[in-house]
Design a protein around this ligand. Structure first.
Ligand SMILES: Cc1ncc(C[n+]2csc(CCOP(=O)(O)OP(=O)(O)O)c2C)c(N)n1
Ligand code: SF4
Length: 350
């Protein structure tokens, strides 16, 4: 079947500060199943970049293999992209980021791609605090290979065929906090009011920003008994907060009762304005964030929103003191400073 997307757009579509309409941030027509949660997340990513006034050519989209990893084709068609091997997106992202720190790195993965074959790579990219957004479209199954349980499927969750999962799930948000991720959030593909500001905040965070998004697979895991179905997630979501993301330079206009909001200032001057709902939870405190996630899990709920942030973080480039400029902008003299400089370096290592 051939899909043709009409080129016509309403001339009155709003433009962002760069003069682009939102369709400039879209991609090819999706070939995913109608109703797949992943398509809503692609739309949220496009919307977030439109609202943040990002030049698409400043973004590099990276992914592994899976229905989720196909989605970079469906947003930001004017950006750079690399669809890597199953579970190997983190090493491609690390190499690209180290060579050129001037791009915004946006990684998309699945729960299979991250929590099974890619687990070894995932844990290391988290602890290195690579400056990127790492978004998992989490449907609790391997959608692309016909719906086998993944490592994030909850114990007791029932597949479409009726079999019950016997194994404990890997909770990616808890794991990311435990490993030292400096921005951890959780959301639902069906809640774009929450998801778009989370993506915007993650893209503005100067370090590893992990976003776990429950994204139902309508074809293989949307049945009664599944804990990743649309109905189940809607009934069991519990938000830490509602919040606005206010980019640097934008005036904060809304006024709130004193004490009802908490402003978290980011490195670039942007502000995350939290309207706290969860008591006894402090997003700046890792232990408090882990407790809040675990308490929700015990109650069978999914805690969504911003879970943890360290706004004062140092990302990988700062830690290992790399060049300020991308490698392709360095001159031959800078890259190859000559035998005297080499001899001096060798001497310093003796
Ligand atoms: C090395 C390797 N092993 C196995 C596969 C088969 N395979 C393709 S996608 C996939 C899992 C996809 O699941 P997930 O990452 O959760 O993405 P989804 O399709 O559910 O979005 C597997 C096992 C592969 N492509 N490459
Ligand atoms: S198989 Fe599932 S994950 Fe894949 S496109 Fe269809 S609904 Fe989405």
């Amino acid at each position: 079947m051939t899909y043709v997307r009409p080129k016509f757009r309403h001339p009155g579509l709003p433009k962002n500060d760069l003069g682009y309409t939102v369709d400039y941030y879209e991609g090819s027509l999706s070939t995913l199943c109608a109703g797949c949660g992943h398509d809503s997340i692609s739309a949220a990513i496009a919307e977030a970049c439109f609202e943040l006034n990002i030049e698409p050519h400043k973004v590099a989209k990276l992914s592994g293999i899976g229905c989720s990893s196909k989605t970079p084709a469906y947003f930001l068609s004017n950006s750079h992209g690399f669809n890597s091997v199953h579970g190997r997106m983190p090493s491609v992202a690390t190499g690209a980021n180290l060579a050129n720190r001037d791009l915004i790195y946006f990684g998309v993965s699945g729960d299979g791609d991250t929590a099974s074959i890619g687990m070894g790579q995932f844990v290391h990219v988290v602890r290195r605090n690579l400056n990127m957004v790492y978004l998992v479209m989490n449907n609790g199954c391997y959608g692309l290979t016909k719906g086998q349980d993944s490592a994030t499927a909850d114990v007791g969750s029932k597949s479409k065929a009726g079999s019950v999962n016997l194994f404990e799930p890997i909770d990616l948000a808890s794991l990311a906090i435990e490993l030292g991720a400096t921005f951890v959030a959780q959301s639902f593909s069906g809640d774009k009011t929450q998801l778009i500001p989370l993506i915007k905040a993650g893209m503005s965070h100067p370090g590893f920003a992990f976003i776990n998004v429950i994204s139902p697979c309508v074809t293989f895991n949307n049945n009664p008994g599944s804990t990743k179905s649309y109905d189940y997630v809607r009934e069991h979501m519990d938000a830490t907060s509602t919040f606005d993301f206010v980019p640097f330079m934008k005036e904060i206009t809304a006024s709130y009762e004193e004490g009802s909001v908490e402003d978290l200032k980011m490195h670039d001057g942007s502000v995350i304005r939290l309207h706290k709902l969860e008591k006894n939870w402090d997003p700046l405190n890792r232990i408090s964030a882990m407790n809040a996630v675990q308490k929700s899990r015990v109650k069978g709920e999914i805690l969504t929103g911003l879970l943890y942030i360290d706004p004062e973080t140092s990302e990988l480039h700062e830690m290992i003191k790399t060049s300020d400029r991308p490698l392709n902008a360095l001159t031959e003299k800078e890259l190859c400073p000559g035998s005297k400089a080499l001899a001096k370096l060798n001497e310093s290592l003796r």
